[in-house]
Design a protein around this ligand. Structure first.
Ligand code: NAD
Length: 295
């Protein structure tokens, strides 16, 4: 491995959670409410089950209220929409998260648009996406927020940096690009049709890889000293029939050239749930009409 600084996502996530726990306790004693997060899981996707379990656990550990709704895979769209309506109307619920992917019979866009934008802690509602892109206060998707917080661990001021985001999804690529614009980066969004991706990426002072292709970003794609944030989570076969997680960046190679880099696991992953809890506190304060504590 080279000289790159390893940006520790687990440590930063623990710091964020500690601040949230203090804020949640304060809101309870000073304002008489507990931020509450409802998590809706439809079906039995194993990755979603693991993810939802961690969200619930961390919600409770930070002193917030967790409301669980697990529905069978054959749930009709109307039934899920009716649940969203009930959660929208429930005063104890400040954040609503419908775990994706949803089964085929359900139109995910329709469900996401049914969530009250004020309770949309995933930040996927078009209202929040529009607010983010027009620079208004918004609930911003969690993984992009976490990625930018990690980049700022290495470079507290991102102003003027050449940033290349690889991936243009609504969940990661586009919102992270919007956040980087707000941080005054010069932003390029690269994707599957980009010509000479290595050449484009090599220009970047900051690379954010959100592709879903194991170890695609190689050593010679990285400008010496660049900050590399690896959003990808890919399970690949390892020796002895086991499997292991790798990112979209060939970590050992990239670490020889980069100035700072996030590992997988232990980088962006832990930050995502921490930022979800942060969004829940933000939503709760806005709904209850109290000032947002420093989280
Ligand atoms: P997605 O499949 O929706 O989007 C992938 C993007 O990559 C697309 O925009 C596509 O244009 C681009 N792409 C595909 N092949 C490419 C290629 N060969 N060259 C350049 N670009 C290419 O995926 P997503 O939801 O944005 O997630 C991306 C990755 O991030 C996945 O590995 C996912 O598991 C991971 N992820 C991690 C977290 C986390 O908490 N750390 C959260 C969300 C997603």
């Amino acid at each position: 491995m080279g000289d790159a600084r390893i940006i520790d996502g687990k440590a930063l996530a623990a710091e964020v959670r500690a601040r949230i726990a203090v804020a949640a306790a304060d809101l309870k004693t000073k304002h008489g409410f507990t931020p509450g997060l409802a998590v809706v899981l439809v079906g039995e996707n194993p990755a979603s089950q693991v993810y939802v379990r961690s969200k619930k656990k961390q919600t409770v550990e930070t002193g917030m209220a967790s409301f669980d709704h697990t529905l069978p895979a054959e749930t009709a769209e109307e039934e899920l929409l009716a649940l969203v309506d009930r959660l929208n109307a429930d005063p104890e619920v400040h954040g609503i998260l419908v775990q994706l992917p949803l089964p085929d019979q359900i139109d995910a866009d329709k469900v996401l648009e049914r969530i009250d934008p004020a309770k949309d802690v995933d930040g996927f509602h078009p209202m929040n996406a529009g607010r983010l892109s027009t620079g208004q206060p918004a609930l911003v998707p969690c993984t992009p927020v976490g990625s930018v917080l990690l980049a700022k661990q290495a470079r507290p001021d991102l102003t003027g940096l050449e940033a290349v985001v690889i991936g243009r999804s609504n969940i990661v690529g586009k919102p992270v690009a919007q956040l980087l614009l707000q941080e005054n980066c010069t932003v390029t969004i690269a994707h599957s049709r980009t010509r000479d991706l290595p050449g484009v990426t090599r220009r970047a002072d900051l690379v954010i890889a959100a592709v879903g292709r194991p170890e695609m970003v190689r050593r010679d794609w990285i400008k010496p000293g660049a900050t590399v944030i690896d959003v990808g989570i890919n399970r690949i076969e390892a020796d002895g029939g086991k499997s292991r997680l790798v990112g979209d960046v060939a970590f050992d190679e990239a670490a020889e050239v980069a100035g700072a880099i996030t590992p997988v696991p232990g980088g962006v992953g832990p930050m995502t749930i921490a930022c979800l809890l942060r969004n829940t506190v933000q939503a709760a304060c806005a709904i209850e009409g109290v000032a947002l504590p420093e989280v």
